[in-house]
Design a protein. Structure first.
Length: 298
């Protein structure tokens, strides 16, 4: 799809990759495309909203987002930010899991680099909903670092080492080092993928060309303006899944309005997980909702 925006001002170079990712997803997943453009708009407005060139670009981008929202009025994820957050997080972690699986199988290439890099950017987009949970933040740093590491190895004719670097890394996801995203590899412990992150049951099949195989999801949700439900995170896997606590005879516990709101969020996260046929995450969130409604506690 052709870029519907005018040339990007040089001041907005930091958001170009998010806009490019949006173009790549216009047909594949318009929900992802929408949120990438929304995040780019928010970032761009922080950079420059006064110069004529920037104001023209921002105005065009805002109009495009409004048109998209009207055209996709039937997509719940575009009209409901909680569903949109769940959609984006599921998609980003699926892509991250695909790249990590390929990397650990020593199947390196441009496709894996781009998948890690895109996953890292989509985790960035998730920050518009609020602070990232610790496990997602770890995966964001790892995805960006791994993309840079594999890219540099291939560029220099070296064979990348699969998975996190360093023998002291220990179990998957432990031993998180001091490097930040994009830092070159060193002899110190490198950041590793978080073991707490959602790992989809229906893994993405490997690519056959240089373009990454993105997750295929039923687009049934989307847009929002960035207002964080930061405390609600559907992607962590419980160990074990708690049994719902049924209150003594008397029915539901005395609940506050925020308890009902939180229960609704859990149900929406469960609905989004079912779109990916992820029963474990759906059960976890439905269990939390039931516990909350019956006992007043999660």
């Amino acid at each position: 799809m052709a870029d519907p925006l005018p040339p990007t001002p040089s001041a907005f170079k930091p958001v170009q990759h998010y806009l490019k990712t949006a173009i790549e997803h216009d047909k594949r997943d318009p929900v992802v495309a929408y949120y990438c453009r929304l995040y780019a708009l928010q970032r761009a407005m922080e950079i420059d909203r006064k110069s004529p060139e920037s104001r023209n670009f921002l105005s065009t981008l805002m109009n495009l987002l409004e048109q998209t929202k009207k055209q996709l009025k039937d997509l719940e994820a575009i009209q409901n930010e909680m569903v949109g957050q769940a959609h984006m997080e599921n998609y980003a972690i699926k892509l991250f899991h695909y790249a990590d699986t390929e990397d650990r199988a020593s199947r390196f290439g441009k496709n894996v680099v781009k998948s890690f890099y895109t996953a890292g950017m989509l985790f960035d987009v998730l920050t518009s909903f609020g602070d990232l949970p610790e496990d997602v933040e770890r995966n964001r740093k790892y995805a960006k670092w791994k993309a840079a590491y594999i890219h540099n190895c291939l560029k220099n004719g070296e064979t990348p080492q699969p998975g996190p670097l360093g023998d002291e890394m220990g179990e998957f996801g432990e031993g998180f080092g001091s490097e930040t995203a994009g830092d070159p590899p060193s002899s110190r412990t490198q950041p590793g993928p978080s073991g707490q992150a959602f790992m989809p049951n229906n893994q993405i099949q490997g690519p056959t060309n240089s373009q990454p195989t993105y997750p295929s999801a039923t687009v049934n949700s989307a847009m929002h303006n960035p207002v964080p439900p930061a405390s609600v995170h559907p992607m962590t896997q419980p160990t074990p899944t708690p049994v719902p606590r049924i209150p003594p005879a008397g029915g539901a516990a005395a609940l506050k309005s925020e308890d009902y709101t939180k229960a609704m969020k859990y149900c929406k996260f469960a609905s989004s997980a079912l779109q990916y046929e992820d029963a474990k995450t759906a059960i976890d969130n439905l269990t939390k909702a039931l516990n909350l409604l019956t006992s007043g506690h999660e």
